[in-house]
Design a protein around this ligand. Sequence first.
Ligand SMILES: [Zn+2]
Length: 256
Amino acid sequence: MLNFRNTTYGCIALLLMAILLWKEYQLYYPFLVVLLLYIGTLSWGAFDLRLNFFMQSTYDRKTSTNQIAITFDDGPTPYTLEILDLLNQYGVKASFFCIGSQVLKYPEIAKQIVMQGHVIANHSMNHPNSIGFFSSDSVAVEMKHANQAIEKITGKKTLLYRPPFGVSNPHIAKALDYCAMTSIGWSIRSLDTLNRDENKIFKRIKKRLRPGKIILLHDTSKKTVHVVKSLLIELQTNKLEALNLEDFLNQKVYEN
Ligand SMILES: [Zn+2]
């Protein structure tokens, strides 16, 4: 299995072989090959939660049902209200990975998320761009402060965390353990923050839509509101049932 420990052991073995080659034939390039291989594999592991390279993340579910999960990151924002209206209209429950500072900025919207039967979860306190370079203590502070903000406003003690940018590393893994939280990834990335064309975003999701998938969207733009509307119609047409993560994963998402 490709993970941090196996990759490190594998590269140490290759390094020993490189030393033998150097002693025998005075070859230097095997050292470079081993170094590039190690850096390349670690970088891949850091940006793809589905590899479970540094830590375990749930990113889909094997299922014979017609169920999927829709998740939103980076809110709440005023667009969240429009999305909540649409979800309500189509009788769909979703999950919102909220930024703690946004929860404090829009407390009424955060309360609405919970009151309408959706799951609220942790997406760090401030979503720092450099969180991938934080110590485990600093990551834990980001997690804890967001948990406190969510609990203060909604009364919910969330157990689910989604790493900002989907970045993982040993520090984030340690903070996750320390805060006793579960990491949630995704299996359909909508790219709704990168792509400007809402039709392209929707088509990208539609192409990958299968039971058991977790879709990643962001409740931060009008564009995504339109994509959500198309998605909800598509789900209805294909008789796919979207559930919040508590029901989709059939696991406890709050401490209380
Ligand atoms: Zn984010």
